[in-house]
Design a protein around this ligand. Structure first.
Ligand SMILES: *[C@@H]1O[C@H](CO)[C@@H](O)[C@H](O)[C@H]1NC(C)=O
Ligand SMILES: *[C@@H]1O[C@H](CO)[C@@H](O)[C@H](O)[C@H]1NC(C)=O
Ligand SMILES: *[C@@H]1O[C@H](CO)[C@@H](O)[C@H](O)[C@H]1NC(C)=O
Ligand SMILES: *[C@@H]1O[C@H](CO)[C@@H](O)[C@H](O)[C@H]1NC(C)=O
Length: 725
């Protein structure tokens, strides 16, 4: 951690608006002495421009220093071996990150945690049906012709679903499409009994943990998830093309919670309170039944032997696939999974660039390091981008730059198991992060392919747009990243995602603490996701042949960090937030037609928030007008404090009903898809429940949830306007 503030909490006072002592003779500013007072003051205020370049100088310099070779070299070094969380190989990868950051002379340390991870011990799966010989599946992903990683591929973890329950099941198979609640509802409506069966579902629409949990809730005894060629093999397979080979398997976690399962609401510090492993494995956030992932080829073999009614059209596969039927049977799947749920040590790497004027204000950049296999896309394209931008920050330092606020670079571990490393660190440092963090900037996979994608809490929308106008489109020199981003949407509105989903390490920052955050990448999906083929060769051939996309993401990431760390007044815009709150309210309203619930408390609170945001906008404009006599640093400090703390006000101590870890009442994952971002999640949960039960009590709880959101929005308005009632 950076040292505590030295004195009175008004450290911006240390920025001299007028040089405290006359500059030494012979320097450029010495010539100012004879000038009239006003002009002298004007020049003196730009003292920094003469002795130290302006922030905009360093931003341009930063953009000019991008190096695709640096990014490629880091990616290559990080992806030589599979490096799953808790393994020796991932500890080696941590050493690479530590040594890279230390060699740039940023103080860097490892923050370890002992957490519950899971590894496969035994897996088997065989298929049989009357009149067919029993076929065992190999459950192995093949190396490919010319695979430079063939020798180390044996170090990759065998294909499995982390935290699946150990056990053996032999039962008839039922086909359940994407495994969503509506898919199981359809099966029930068609009279297909899932109880005691093995569900076969395909990847693609919802988080895999939800697929298994939905199967368990429908009564299934086990689940098998396969990769359908229709979704992941639309063209030539790797290594000839970017698509998933027929033997490729998507590995992954099926834990729906966040952080170490043995420390559900607190951090995994040494000697801390823990729930026992069997208790942790028995919660509703765990899959609770045995499950395995299989390849497209194995999935198809199973579908070929499932009989029963023909599945509906949107449940079918692509051209050349067999006709999919619902079952149950006659295909019988015999599945055994034995997992080892064990405490393992993980390593977060934390590196600090201390701020000069406001060291106790943090801009945090984060990316994870652990990977299911080689992790060339997920996540080490992001790690390579982080190290490449750190290299540029170090160049800036050599040219005299010191950030105004502290920049912290974080490389998380065990993200893949359930955002474990970032969550434990945020839980451990919650109170400090709450009082000091300006923003969290996440990059998981930096590069999946072409196109620019961004998600943000809405006060950062404008900053993202402005920054993207300064970064070149890596695929077209005549364009900016902004142009590319605009082109991706025909509505001529920039598309910005929201951070309600549980997909990456921003979760604890946004949803648990209420820190303004962003998440950016080039491309958004790739077919060999979480498979053996996510390697450097795939990246070099298909993801980013010249590594210029890595540089573009690093440029965007670093530029946003520089603006947040160096601008006197934080570049936040809450009018944009008000618009988003309004949009969410319109959606809620549509769902409340004809039911005994009023959304007017919500409408009123949003109207008030809008007023506070407008007032803040004009206050910021006034402060931004250059005026050395009136820009009282304490007032600037107050303004920034309100901008920083407004997001916190959207959190509630109790959290979402039934999901107490999620404190943010505006953004959280949707209940039945951990990847899905939900606006007003508490209201959404309550409406879903009320629509099912349609009791007056259930509609009253919808009303209660509406009041709860209105209350946090009212709190946010007060923080933004800085007034008491
Ligand atoms: C399932 O497979 C295992 C071997 O993997 C075998 O021992 C067992 O008898 C099989 N069960 C059934 C019901 O076929
Ligand atoms: C489970 O993992 C622990 C720690 O890595 C190891 O000591 C133990 O032998 C493993 N158990 C099995 C059954 O593989
Ligand atoms: C690059 O962008 C320019 C300007 O938008 C456009 O005219 C041109 O066709 C683009 N070039 C390529 C190769 O896409
Ligand atoms: C970096 O870019 C240059 C030209 O843009 C290219 O020649 C070089 O091969 C690239 N480096 C890598 C590692 O792709």
């Amino acid at each position: 951690m950076p040292p505590p503030p030295e004195d009175d909490g008004s450290s911006s006072a240390r920025t001299p608006l007028i040089p405290p002592t006359p500059p030494p003779p012979g320097r450029a500013v010495a010539r100012l002495h004879p000038l009239p007072l006003l002009v002298a003051a004007a020049f003196a205020a730009s003292y920094h421009l003469l002795v130290a370049p302006a922030p905009s100088y360093y931003r341009s310099l930063f953009l000019s220093l991008g190096s695709n070779d640096t990014a490629a070299a880091h990616l290559h070094a990080l992806t030589l071996r599979p490096h799953l969380a808790g393994t020796e190989a991932n500890a080696r990868a941590a050493e690479h990150v530590v040594s890279a950051l230390s060699s740039l002379s940023f103080p860097t340390r490892v923050v370890p945690y002992s957490v519950l991870l899971a590894y496969p011990v035994h897996r088997s799966l065989s298929l049989s049906a009357p009149g067919h010989a029993t076929t065992p599946f190999a459950l192995v992903q093949d190396t490919y012709p010319g695979d430079p990683y063939a020798a180390v591929s044996a170090e990759a973890v065998p294909t499995f679903l982390a935290y699946a329950a150990s056990g053996s099941v032999a039962a008839e198979a039922v086909y359940a499409n994407y495994g969503r609640p509506e898919d199981f509802a359809y099966l029930a409506a068609r009279g297909v009994d899932v109880t005691g069966k093995v569900v076969l579902a395909r990847y693609g629409k919802v988080y895999r943990g939800d697929i298994v949990i939905n199967a368990r809730k429908a009564g299934a005894a086990a689940a098998v998830i396969y990769t359908d060629a229709k979704d992941y093999a639309a063209g030539e397979a790797f290594p000839d093309g970017p698509w998933m080979p027929p033997t490729g398997v998507q590995v992954g976690s099926t834990f729906k919670g966040v952080g170490d399962p043995t420390t559900p609401m607190w951090t995994s510090s040494e000697g801390c309170e823990r729930v026992s492993i069997p208790e942790a494995m028995a919660t509703d956030d765990m899959p609770g039944i045995p499950a395995l992932p299989v390849s497209g080829r194995d999935g198809e073999a199973i579908l070929q032997l499932i009989g029963g009614d023909v599945a509906p059209k949107d449940w079918q596969g692509g051209d050349g696939s067999p006709v999919y039927r619902l079952g149950p049977g006659p295909a019988v799947l015999n599945l055994t999974y034995i997992g080892n749920e064990t405490m393992a040590t993980i390593q977060n790497v934390i590196s600090v660039i201390e701020g000069k004027e406001e060291p106790e204000r943090y801009i945090i950049l984060g990316n994870h390091r652990d990977a299911w296999t080689f992790g060339a896309v997920d996540p080490n394209s992001g790690t390579a981008a982080l190290l490449e931008l750190a290299q540029r920050f170090s160049e800036l330092q050599k040219k005299g730059w010191r950030p105004r606020r502290t920049i912290i670079l974080c490389n998380w571990d065990a993200e893949e198991y359930g955002l474990v490393g970032s969550t434990e660190w945020v839980e451990e440092n919650r109170a400090m992060l709450t009082s000091r963090t300006v923003a969290y900037l996440n990059v998981d996979s930096a590069v999946y392919g072409a196109g620019f994608y961004a998600s943000a809490t809405p006060q950062l929308d404008e900053l993202l747009k402005e920054a993207s106008k300064q970064v070149q489109n890596p695929d077209n020199e005549t364009q900016s990243l902004y142009d590319l981003w605009m082109a991706s949407d025909s509505s001529s509105m920039i598309k910005i995602g929201r951070l309600g989903g549980g997909g990456s390490d921003y979760s604890a920052f946004v949803q648990h603490v209420g820190i303004p955050s962003i998440d950016i990448s080039m491309g958004s999906e790739y077919a060999v996701y979480h498979s053996l083929y996510d390697d450097f060769v795939w990246m070099e051939k298909f993801g980013d042949p010249l590594f210029r996309r890595h540089v573009a993401v690093a440029s965007m990431w670093g530029l946003v960090a520089l603006r947040l760390s160096d601008e006197e007044i934080l570049p936040f815009n809450y009018s944009t937030y008000a618009v988003e709150l309004e949009k969410g309210a319109i959606d809620i309203n549509k769902r409340l037609l004809g039911v005994p619930v009023s959304s007017s408390p919500l409408q009123k609170s949003i109207a008030e928030f809008k007023r506070a945001a407008l007032q803040m906008d004009s206050e910021m404009k006034t402060r931004k007008v250059w005026n050395p006599w009136r820009n009282n640093p304490l007032k600037v400090r107050d303004l920034n404090e309100r901008l920083m703390m407004t997001e916190r006000a959207f959190t509630d101590r109790e959290g979402l009903s039934g999901r107490p870890w999620y404190k943010h009442l505006i953004y959280a994952p949707s209940l039945h898809d951990d990847y899905g971002a939900q606006v007003y999640p508490g209201v959404d949960d309550a409406i879903q429940m009320a629509e099912r039960t349609n009791t007056s009590e259930s509609w009253r709880s919808v009303q209660h949830e509406i009041y709860r959101i209105a209350r946090v929005i009212n709190q946010a308005s007060l923080v933004l306007s800085g007034g008491l009632t």
